[in-house]
Ligand binder design. Sequence first.
Ligand code: SF4
Length: 217
Amino acid sequence: MRIGGLTPLTTIDFPGRLAAVVFCQGCPWRCGYCHNTELLDAGAPTAHTWAGVERLLHARRGLLDGVVFSGGEPTLQAALPDALARVRALGFATGLHTAGMYPERLAALLPLLDWVGLDIKAPLLRYDAITRTPGSGAKAWESLRHVLVSGVAYECRTTWNTGLYGEDDLLALAGALAAEGVRHWALQECRTQGAPAWAAPRRIAQHWPGTLTVRRA
Ligand code: SF4
């Protein structure tokens, strides 16, 4: 694994678990709002090794329950299945944050996972402008279907503001997610401090057929 960062303990990145976060190096997409740009270059030098991750896990046995792989894009790396199997063999639950860019790889990984946080960034028509990558939306939505049929616990995640796409598109996204069978959705609104609240998230919350978490950043 190429590991760009390691957080020894998080209470917020793997629901219900005290977890370590392994930040995987490399992502081929180029979202304008990416918060981890230092992790995008797959060939950049890294400060961590898989042996170091295992040392941490041995030292934290009994204190941690899980390990979540984040990024960057973890499914970029061919070593991820072995890493997940190794984490489980050490007695920890496995979690994954992914943008769903490799649906077949994700489908193969699902039996090794206890939880998936899947970014669904936009309705299909708006996707490629956000990721600056042609065909990205079709990949992400295909990944969503794999997650839903797998029965693995999941959360769909969307970062949104009206600079990305409008409220009508957000309402359309909510309808499309609900129609696919999504019941666990986290909507992260990026609104400047003091700006008036948008109406669409409130309208969605009134009708959403499952768990909706609206976070403000
Ligand atoms: S998919 Fe995620 S890691 Fe990759 S550029 Fe977009 S926000 Fe950043």
